[in-house]
Design a protein. Structure first.
Length: 422
């Protein structure tokens, strides 16, 4: 049996309350298992063996860990074989950051191009089981794309509330193409989020933002697959971008469960990286005070959030793992994105915040240069092509690589290539 409970005041909420915060204190709710979680016999072998199954849900990087998720009939699962994102070496990025043991887990390899899919498969499955009629979210782009696609897969209508004029066209296109009702809101993400919560409170929609604990149940499997991919060897640090902060909370939960179940000896330290113009959580962490919302300003649209709903459990996550939080200027994030691309790991700007944060934490002495560090890339570069074009169109940028106009004759082509290779 599942119980929805508050991590701050321990209040239990009635079944079906997942779209709402705790009625007593306003914090997000958690899914808890009144009988605990039980691993299958030879769990590590079972989890790995499911990758060879012919069943789509068993090959999913989320549902192949189904014993650690809310129970559901296989026929009810809404999946696009999400997860199983690779952890890859990144030699140029490691050298740039000064971290010998840096690797990258590329969550942009998910079906819709972002890590949101790991949570969305569980949230939409839960919505289907609960009999939801209309699904909804507020989004800076990635959540809306993921919801639209998974709702289409489930045969359910989706409504996405977006800050008008502040969502990359590639992300908006995904939502529109999948048939979602896209509503541009006058205001930023936080205004859209408040509107989405009000719609859910009125019973008009089933909300699938990270306020919904079933989203986080899916996202915690990123921790399981990361550990599995490295033989259950725990890294020293995992670095994650900080937007609405649900991913930080989910990761900490996944690592803690892996340790409690004997799958991992310890938990890694988690570092949250925010853009300097959208860093209310970093300030709360550094000042050890409640979060004060800000008007977010950053070109990294996926983390352009001034009032993250999961800040309280995120603070607990950092304390529990011995982690930290840091803010990085946009120029450094842009440079880190270009460096990652030269490693063949192109990503959207918010993802590159993790590499920029890794460099800053090494420079401050927080992370040792020999530490085993995993930086999470949460979204594909195709999510925000315009930011790439702007970077390479600016000759002042360190790794600018502009389009070269050249005549089509052989002499001109050979000369242009020679000049470019100098």
């Amino acid at each position: 049996m599942l119980v929805l409970s508050c991590g701050t005041c321990a209040t239990n909420a009635p079944d079906g309350s997942e779209c709402m915060p705790c009625a007593s204190c306003g914090d997000v709710l958690n899914v808890t298992y009144d009988r605990g979680l039980t691993l299958p016999r030879d769990a590590r072998v079972v989890f790995r063996s499911r990758l060879t199954s012919h069943a789509l849900h068993e090959r999913s990087g989320v549902w192949r860990f189904r014993e650690l998720l809310p129970p559901v009939n296989d026929s009810q699962i809404v999946t696009l074989q999400e997860g199983n994102a690779p952890e890859l070496p990144a030699e140029r990025s490691a050298a740039w950051s000064g971290l010998e043991g840096l690797s990258v887990k590329n969550l942009g390899c998910n079906p819709t191009g972002s890590y949101k899919d790991a949570g969305m498969t569980v949230a939409v499955t839960r919505a289907r089981v609960a009999g939801a009629k209309v699904l909804a979210c507020a989004s800076t782009g990635n959540t809306s794309a993921s919801l639209a696609v998974y709702a289409a897969r489930a045969g359910l209508p989706a409504v996405v509330l977006l800050p008008a004029g502040h969502v990359p066209t590639s992300k908006l296109a995904q939502a529109l193409d999948a048939g979602a009702i896209a509503l541009g809101i006058d205001g930023d993400f936080d205004v859209a989020m408040q509107a989405a919560r009000e719609l859910a409170l009125r019973g008009a929609v089933y909300l699938v933002n990270s306020l919904n604990p079933f989203r986080r149940e899916g996202q915690k499997t990123v921790a399981f697959e990361l550990l599995e991919s490295r033989g259950w060897r725990v890294p020293d640090w995992v670095i994650v971008p900080g937007g609405n902060l649900g991913h930080c909370v989910a990761l900490a939960q996944g690592f803690a469960q892996a340790q409690a179940l004997g799958l991992a000896e310890r938990v890694p330290r988690i570092a949250v990286v925010q853009a300097a113009g959208a860093a209310p959580f970093v300030r709360a962490w550094q000042q050890n005070e409640p979060l004060v919302p800000v008007h977010a300003t950053t070109f990294a649209t996926a983390i352009k959030i001034g009032n993250p709903v999961s800040w309280r459990p995120a603070l607990r996550a950092l304390h529990a793992t011995g982690g930290t939080a840091i803010a990085i200027e946009d120029d450094r994030i842009a440079e880190a994105r270009a460096v990652l691309a030269r490693d063949g790991l192109a990503c959207e700007p918010a993802s590159a915040a993790t590499l920029a944060g890794a460099l800053a934490l090494r420079e401050r002495g927080t992370i040792d240069e020999a530490a085993d560090v995993v930086a999470l890339l949460t979204g594909s570069s195709l999510k925000d092509v315009a930011s790439i074009e702007r970077y390479h169109g600016d000759p002042s940028k360190t790794l600018a690589n502009p389009l070269r106009r050249v005549a089509g004759d052989m002499a001109s082509l050979e000369r242009a290539i020679a000049e470019a290779l100098r």
